[in-house]
Design a protein around this ligand. Structure first.
Ligand code: ZN
Length: 221
C-alpha cells in the first residue's frame, strides 16, 4: 500500500475511533440498504417521490447530523455530472450521509474519480455504484459540436471531449437524437469501465439516465 494511502486510512480510522470514544451516548447510525438491489430500490423510490413532487427530504435533521459525526455509512456511490439541474441527493430524495457523490462534467472518469469510487467501495463497503448520465448534457453537446465543426476545444475541456468522443462516434449513424444516443452510450461505457476494473468487484455497478423533462431516472440496459 502506498505510504500516502496508508497514512490517510490511519488518520481516518483514528478519527473515527477518537470521535466514537468521546461520544458514547450517540446511537449507531440507522441501518442502510445492505445489498445492491436494496440500494437501487431505495434510489429509484426516492426518485419517484422527487419526480412526483412529493420529496421527504430525509436525514437532514440535527440529530441525524450528530450521529453521523461519528462515522459515515453511505449506501450508494453516484458518479454523475456537475450539471446544476441534476444534484443526486435531491434527484434521489436522500439526505446527509446517504450518498457518496462524485461529479465531473459529463461524468467522465479520471484517476481522482476512480480513487474516489474505490474509497467508497473498499473502505466504506458501499454495495452499489450508479453512473448517472442525463438528458441535454452540456459536455456531450460540446463534444458533438467539436465533431460536427472540427472547431478546436479550449484548454481543459479537451479531456471531456476525448472521453465522450468514443460514445459519440459509436452512435453517430444511429437514427434519431444523436445527443441522447451519446448520453446513453457514454454512461454505459463509464459503467462498463468501472465494472471491468478489478478494484471494484465488491460492488454492483449500474448506469442510468436522468430525464430533465420528467425528472425520472431510468436504468440503462
Ligand atoms: Zn451534464
Amino acid at each position: 500500500m502506498p505510504p500516502n494511502r496508508r497514512a490517510f486510512l490511519a488518520a481516518t480510522t483514528a478519527s473515527v475511533l477518537t470521535t466514537t470514544a468521546s461520544t458514547p451516548a450517540v446511537a449507531a447510525p440507522r441501518s442502510r440498504p445492505a445489498t445492491a438491489r436494496a440500494a437501487l430500490d431505495e434510489l429509484l423510490a426516492g426518485n419517484r417521490r422527487y419526480a412526483a413532487g412529493r420529496p421527504r427530504h430525509p436525514h437532514e435533521e440535527r440529530a441525524r447530523r450528530h450521529v453521523l459525526a461519528a462515522g459515515q455509512h453511505p449506501f450508494a456511490v453516484v458518479v454523475g455530472c456537475i450539471d446544476s439541474r441534476v444534484p443526486p441527493e435531491l434527484v434521489f430524495d436522500q439526505g446527509i450521509g446517504d450518498l457518496l457523490c462524485i461529479r465531473t462534467a459529463g461524468q467522465v472518469l479520471d484517476e481522482a474519480v476512480l480513487a474516489s469510487v474505490q474509497y467508497g467501495v473498499e473502505e466504506l463497503g458501499v454495495p452499489l455504484v450508479l453512473v448517472l448520465g442525463h438528458e441535454r448534457c452540456g459536455a456531450v453537446a460540446a463534444t458533438l459540436e467539436h465533431l460536427r465543426t472540427g472547431a478546436p476545444v479550449p484548454g481543459h475541456l479537451a479531456l471531456l471531449v476525448d472521453e465522450i468522443t468514443p460514445a459519440a462516434l459509436r452512435t453517430r449513424a444511429v437514427p434519431g437524437d444523436w445527443a441522447d444516443h451519446t448520453v446513453r452510450a457514454h454512461a454505459a461505457w463509464v459503467r462498463d469501465a468501472i465494472r471491468a476494473d478489478p478494484a471494484f468487484t465488491a460492488a454492483h455497478v449500474a448506469a442510468a439516465r436522468f430525464d430533465l423533462d420528467s425528472s425520472l431516472v431510468t436504468l440503462l440496459p
